[in-house]
Ligand binder design. Structure first.
Ligand code: ADP
Length: 672
């Protein structure tokens, strides 16, 4: 019988996603939340919510016993784990059953069978599913592993057998680097999974990631819901996914679907699962099976018209799959982008902060938005930094790309760094349009994808000028009560008044002189030219700026973060411009670089310190390793010199921008 109450053991976007289907089916939903999430979107959306502990995930969202107790207290009959957290935890699935609750996911035995990438590969080998050449045995002696790597042939990829999320994964291009990479991979694997078994694969240099969505029920039915192409990745993690996979033949599609169903049958699978393949040329090889719903499931939903969470509920309640393989059809093309709080210029390291401003595009027949955050929410170091997903659908791929591009142009976010500029450039890239996809896409196009933003246009400068005038203290010049700038609306004035200001957009400085012209107009002198802009003020910080008969609508905000209050932020057609108001009396701001101060580019935990005060280092030497969201980042010396101060120790939690060390030029030896 269908449940009347379920508990969702997750947070953010996926918790909201599951709650929506539950609501549509008349099922009551119970959210859980950590102290950090008291006012989070998923808590507000659920019918009821239970506090489960402190912010750190291991004390809340990963505390299976606490979650099961919450489910029982709330009268839930089933628990949906979402993805991440406890979704692939066999012990948790068993604990649910032992407590008389239904785990909305596969049987514990199936999770275990696929939980180790090494064991899963052995299993698939026996089931006749093709594998990437490699070593996935139990002999873990470093010299034996090195010997296996040599016989596979470089480059090789070291993977954590218990891995997920790209953690514990290292590419090794030459034998000399193998030992160090093995250490790093094992360290990450231990930190993230408490298990440092690794496997080695041949590293394919231009592969595509293609995966098959499978579904199985308790009545012995197994179907495939077609494939997804997830080749656009950074740090081995997906950021854009689409369905169907472009440029594959129906034969290939069919063969992969059959192999995926065989994999599911081999482990008596039940529920939603994904069989991941890596494809190169005409070949495809099994990589792993994820025994849960995937982040990218919406693209499959949009081409099949099905609700996969509803299917999960039905299967968990003991029903047969709603459709047979022959009844499952697909129409059109869907593409998803994942918006992350991360810094593309720092190897896409997670970024934290408060989302001061968030404007998502309007959902429509062509645009679906799955978000779990709202304006004012914080992105913390505790959880995955994904902010939202945008999914576009249309009858053909080119049209879906067009809708996605427009939606991305309408998206405004401020307060954390995000991958939005990179996503926009990928979606607009001719190679993406031509479906020339492989996992090296981002690295190959890096110069274009990471290039600085175009300089501020005259419309952007005019908007900033307007915003700046608007924010000026009304009585800035009390000594001159007749100054036009003390009046609420400068534009009403006649006469030759002006105001000078300099903006810095990070690439250039704009020293401008602003003259109020007629009502609603500004004339701006910049670099010897004069531009007149008509400005109409719209609701929600929007401005319509007309220059030479061309009207641009944009958003102009004063940064609300006190530390950034000297910035005016403009969103114009998807591009974000942060214009710093240059204070003519402030210093030049280069003292920092010259002082040899080393700061952390991301918040996290210090897990290793490689130097001591007084040590001499060369540029590029490893100073400190910081772990953020289970990924390790190496912070190296920006230049050679002596470590004159060290302000962190192993175990410290460091904030974004915190000082770690100071390196000063080595004193010249006194000779003579
Ligand atoms: P995780 O479970 O940590 O996400 P996966 O095994 O799913 O790791 O691999 C993640 C990504 O890493 C793949 O989508 C692919 O881009 C890349 N990758 C994995 N194996 C290989 C390989 N043998 N050669 C090249 N790239 C690979």
């Amino acid at each position: 019988m269908m449940f009347d109450t379920i508990l969702i053991a997750n947070r953010g976007e996926i918790a909201c996603r599951i709650i929506r289907t539950a609501r549509r089916m008349g099922i009551r939903s119970i959210a859980v939340f950590s102290e950090a999430d008291r006012s989070a979107a998923h808590v507000a959306l659920a019918d009821a919510a239970v506090a489960i502990g402190p912010a750190a995930a291991r004390d809340s969202y990963l505390d299976g016993a606490r979650i099961i107790a919450a489910a029982r207290e709330a009268g839930a009959q089933a628990i949906h784990p979402g993805y991440g957290f406890l979704s692939e935890n066999a012990a948790f699935a068993e604990a649910c059953t032992a407590a008389g609750l239904i785990f909305i996911g596969p049987p514990a035995a199936a999770i275990r069978a696929m939980g180790s990438k090494s064991a899963a590969k052995s299993l698939m080998e026996r089931a006749g599913v093709p594998l990437v050449p490699g070593y996935h045995g139990t002999d873990q002696a470093p010299d034996r592993l090195a010997a296996h790597a040599a016989s596979i042939g470089y480059p090789v990829l070291i993977k954590a057998s218990a891995g997920g999320g790209g953690k514990g994964m290292r590419i090794v291009t030459a034998p000399a680097d193998f030992a160090a990479a093995l250490d790093l991979a094992k360290g990450e694997a231990r930190a993230a999974f408490g298990d440092d078994q690794i496997l080695i694969e041949k590293y394919l240099t231009r592969p595509r990631h293609i995966e098959i969505q499978v579904f199985a029920d308790t009545h012995g039915n197994v179907v495939s819901l077609f494939e997804r192409d997830c080749s656009i990745q950074r740090r081995h993690q997906k950021i854009i996914e689409e369905a169907p996979a472009p440029l594959i033949s129906d034969d290939q599609r069919f063969t992969m679907g059959e192999a995926a169903c065989a994999a599911a049958r081999a482990i008596d699978y039940v529920g939603a699962g994904t069989v991941e393949f890596i494809a190169e040329g005409g070949d495809f090889h099994f990589m792993e099976m994820n025994t849960r719903l995937q982040v990218e499931h919406p693209v499959t939903e949009l081409i099949t018209g099905l609700d996969l969470v509803e299917w999960q509920f039905r299967v968990a309640a003991g029903e047969a799959l709603p459709l047979t393989q022959n009844e499952i059809e697909r129409t059109g093309h869907a593409i998803e982008i994942r918006l992350y709080a991360e810094d593309p210029l720092r190897d896409f390291a997670p970024s934290t902060g408060t989302i001061h401003h968030l404007r998502l595009p309007e959902p429509s027949a062509h645009i679906r938005i799955d978000a779990g955050v709202r304006q004012g929410d914080a992105v913390s170091i505790h959880y995955d930094p994904m902010i939202a997903k945008l999914i576009a659908w249309d009858h053909d791929r080119a049209s879906a790309i067009r809708h996605l591009a427009r939606a991305l142009a309408a998206l405004e976010i401020d307060g954390v760094r995000t991958n939005l500029p990179v996503l926009r450039r990928i979606i607009g890239h001719p190679d993406f349009a031509a479906a020339d996809l492989d996992t090296g896409f981002i690295a190959r196009h890096e110069p274009i994808l990471l290039a600085p933003a175009a300089p501020a246009s005259p419309a952007v400068i005019a908007a900033a000028a307007h915003r700046w005038l608007h924010d000026l203290p009304r009585h800035a010049a009390p000594s001159d009560p007749h100054s036009p700038w003390t009046l609420k609306s400068a534009w009403r004035l006649n006469g030759p008044a002006y105001q000078d200001v300099t903006f810095d957009d990070g690439t250039a400085q704009f020293a401008i002189r602003i003259h109020p012209a007629a009502a609603g107009q500004l004339t701006i002198d910049h670099a010897g030219a004069s531009t007149t802009a008509a400005i109409a003020v719209l609701p929600d910080d929007r401005l319509a700026i007309t220059i030479d008969h061309l009207t641009t609508t944009l958003t102009a905000l004063r940064h609300t973060d006190p530390a950034q209050h000297d910035h005016i932020v403009i969103f114009a057609d998807g591009a974000r411009h942060a214009l710093r108001i240059v204070d003519p009396f402030a210093g030049t701001g280069t003292a920092h670089a010259a002082s040899g101060l080393v700061t952390t580019p991301m918040p996290g935990r210090v897990i290793a310190v490689g130097v001591a005060p007084g040590d001499t280092v060369a540029a590029g030497d490893l100073l400190v390793t910081v772990e953020a969201m289970k990924v390790q980042f190496r912070i190296t010396a920006p230049r050679g010199g002596v470590v004159t101060a060290l302000s962190c120790a192993v175990g410290d939690l460091v904030e974004d921008g915190a000082e770690l060390a100071v390196i000063e030029p080595a004193p010249r030896p006194i000779t003579g």
